[in-house]
Design a protein. Structure first.
Length: 308
């Protein structure tokens, strides 16, 4: 079986990647609020179930459900890999978030797009130009500067953060495996069909562990954030899957590297206006400079001329 190649519509791929980065950036804030009223298994089950239902109805209305002929030639082993590793990612990310904080979770989960980019270079033979490798250096310097205080906190409070950080590292690695499997599956099925199958199987996997009766105990705010998390799953993963169809995975990963910026800005705003829900993040001048370096490095990697 050959390797998947992008459509070449890089502007569309860029736009979809930006949408994904924004939605994933605000997701941990909503999840943090939701986890105040639900366990991780029920949250994960609900997100997959709602995503499966909405996407299934949408595809049925457009007569775009997976045809049997394509399903027969689909690599079920590869689909199983994508499904299992995404399910593990969802569960472990929530576990890590519950034991740390939105900002800390987004620091470590950035290993995911980095690992995806490395995998894309090795497996799909994608290549970086000198300009892009320079962007990697700028990106790395920006992250070190931007997250200095958060990383220092994680080291000082090792008893609190160690287990959560380890879980988040595993979540990042499993997501990278899922993403690379997803890109290869695009040779056989449209991205929407792949996500429908993954959502359906994952919903079934988490159903025995979920406690649906707890949904009635949620506050209006927790219920709203839970629904947002489910809708976020549909839109963000749909945009991500389509981005992989039109753009190199290594460049998609560069845009996704900006999600911590969105998270920390969101946490800062929430901390100022709703301090009882989310603890504020105080950005220093060094953090602001680091944020600018992260964005600049990401854009340099993503918009390198060769192969665009």
């Amino acid at each position: 079986m050959g390797l998947h190649s992008s459509s070449g519509r890089w502007r569309l791929g860029l736009a979809l990647s930006v949408v994904t980065a924004f939605l994933w950036g605000i997701l941990p804030i909503a999840l943090e609020i939701t986890l105040q009223g639900l366990d991780v298994y029920t949250v994960t089950w609900f997100r997959f179930s709602i995503a499966f239902g909405i996407l299934g109805l949408y595809l049925a209305a457009r007569q775009q459900l997976p045809p049997r002929a394509k399903l027969r030639v689909t690599s079920w082993k590869l689909l199983a890999v994508a499904t299992i590793f995404l399910a593990i990612n969802y569960l472990f990310y929530l576990q890590g978030l519950a034991q740390t904080s939105p900002a800390n979770a987004q620091v470590l989960i950035q290993l995911a797009p980095v690992l995806m980019g490395v995998g894309a270079i090795v497996i799909f033979k994608e290549r970086y130009t000198l300009q892009q490798w320079g962007g990697v250096g700028v990106l790395s310097a920006g992250f070190v500067l931007f997250f200095h205080e958060q990383l220092k906190m994680a080291i000082v409070n090792a008893s609190t953060y160690l287990l959560g950080n380890l879980i988040l590292v595993i979540a990042a690695a499993t997501w990278a495996v899922y993403a690379l499997a997803q890109k290869q599956l695009l040779q056989q099925l449209p991205s929407s069909n792949i996500m429908l199958l993954i959502y359906g199987v994952c919903s079934g996997l988490f159903a025995p562990l979920a406690s649906p009766h707890l949904l009635g105990n949620l506050t209006p705010l927790q219920g709203a954030t839970l629904l947002f998390c489910a809708l976020n799953t549909v839109v963000a993963y749909g945009a991500f899957a389509e981005a992989l169809e039109h753009w190199d995975a290594s460049r998609v990963s560069a845009i996704l590297a900006t999600t911590p910026i969105v998270t920390l800005v969101g946490v800062t705003l929430m901390g100022q206006f709703l301090p009882k829900l989310i603890e504020a993040e105080h950005l220093t001048y060094g953090a602001i400079i680091g944020a600018l370096l992260v964005v600049s490095g990401s854009m340099s990697i993503a918009l390198g001329r060769k192969g665009v």
